[in-house]
Design a protein around this ligand. Structure first.
Ligand SMILES: NC(=O)C1=CN([C@@H]2O[C@H](COP(=O)(O)OP(=O)(O)OC[C@H]3O[C@@H](n4cnc5c(N)ncnc54)[C@H](O)[C@@H]3O)[C@@H](O)[C@H]2O)C=CC1
Ligand SMILES: O=C(O)C(=O)CO
Length: 324
């Protein structure tokens, strides 16, 4: 049995695959494969382990319908045409849970960095501009006692809310498809309408998945319904905000600041105006990038491959309908 891996993954996952006597082919070039290349490699393999965000679309899936499993090294699966995979009875695996803490840490650090203009001030030192200290200049804002709004209170949203409640005593509002009873009980979180979330949040943090319903939601009209003092945080997917509208909202003072771990497109161009704004912090999609978390993700992704190749149900399957 052979698995094709699209980017190097941590040793913990590779070791599990070797122990299960699975032959590994790794793509080691530092660029994404084209669909044609991916099809070419997968023809001679029975499993695909996709790290990074290769498009797993209908063209690929139809050409590789022999695959017993497509295992993602991520929790997000917006890069996959899941209905097509289900139709072709290809199980799709992902890595939920193990990255929730690390990704929430990233949202939290972006929030704190924006509130205190930390990245911008660091850049000023590098430019030799640490000069005379003016007590009225470069002031940030306190987060203590402020209101956090979470859009998408699932696993990562919950971890972000828990951190903000514990450290800053923040009041938690959330808008989610259903109730999150644990968050309501443990954190006093209050479920509100989307409009109330926009109007009531001092910090609004996005944690939904990227779907046709959530794509482009944060646009000019939505930013205008937020507080002019609000901080917008997105660690979910860049496609959920409209980037030119976000730039304009920040330039015009419609909202106060933004912290992004995800951009649209990725990578972000080095001359993007967001990178030179005072109240903005941008990271290059490093939400889950800790040694422990990436090893845990590699382990889950390898377990999905092993189960798929053995004809067993994947431990974490995105499309359980394939088993019906
Ligand atoms: N920056 C990074 O490196 C990472 C980013 N992510 C992103 O974070 C996302 C969330 O991950 P998890 O918390 O594990 O997923 P999850 O499935 O536990 O939580 C997502 C929540 O959003 C809610 N939701 C979805 N669409 C909605 C809508 N239209 N309106 C209201 N609520 C909606 C769901 O009900 C669910 O509660 C992933 O899909 C992925 O895109 C995940 C890991 C790392
Ligand atoms: O898991 C995901 O969805 C990511 O974005 C990277 O960890």
């Amino acid at each position: 049995m052979k698995v094709f891996i699209t980017r190097r993954i941590p040793e913990a996952g590779l070791q599990l695959l070797r122990e299960a006597s699975i032959e590994i082919t790794e793509w080691t070039e530092k660029r994404d494969l084209t669909t044609a290349e991916l099809i070419g490699y997968c023809k001679s393999h029975q499993a695909l382990l996709s790290a990074g965000h290769n498009r797993i679309g209908v063209e690929f899936l139809e050409a590789c319908a022999h695959l017993r499993v497509v295992s993602l090294h991520s929790v997000g699966y917006d890069n996959v045409d899941v209905p097509a995979a289900t139709r072709l009875r290809i199980p799709i695996g992902n890595t939920p849970g193990v990255l929730s803490g690390a990704t929430a840490d990233t949202a939290f650090l972006l929030m704190a960095a924006v509130a205190r203009k930390a990245i911008y001030m660091h850049k000023k030192i590098l430019q030799g501009a640490w000069g005379f200290s003016d007590p009225t200049a470069d002031l940030g804002i306190d987060l203590n006692g402020k209101t956090l709004g979470i859009w998408g209170l699932g696993k990562i949203g919950y971890e972000m809310a828990r951190r903000c409640r514990a450290v800053y005593g923040m009041r938690i509002l959330y808008h989610n498809r259903g109730h999150n009873e644990e968050a309501e009980r443990a954190l006093g979180a209050v479920r509100v309408s989307f409009d109330e979330l926009l109007a009531g949040s001092d910090v609004l943090s996005v944690h939904t998945s990227l779907t046709p319903e959530t794509a482009g939601t944060f646009n000019a009209g939505v930013f205008r319904r937020m507080k002019p003092t609000a901080i917008f945080i997105n660690t979910a997917r860049g496609g959920i905000h409209h980037e030119p509208d976000l730039i304009a909202a920040l330039q015009q003072g419609v909202i106060w600041g933004a912290g992004l771990d995800v951009t649209n497109p990725e990578p972000m161009a080095a001359d993007n105006p967001l990178l030179s704004m005072e109240n903005v912090a941008v990271l290059p999609h490093i939400g889950s990038a800790t040694q422990e978390t990436r090893s845990a993700m590699a382990t889950l992704a390898a377990r999905n491959v092993i189960a798929g190749l053995r004809g067993e149900r994947l431990p974490n399957v995105v499309n359980p309908e394939v088993y019906m």
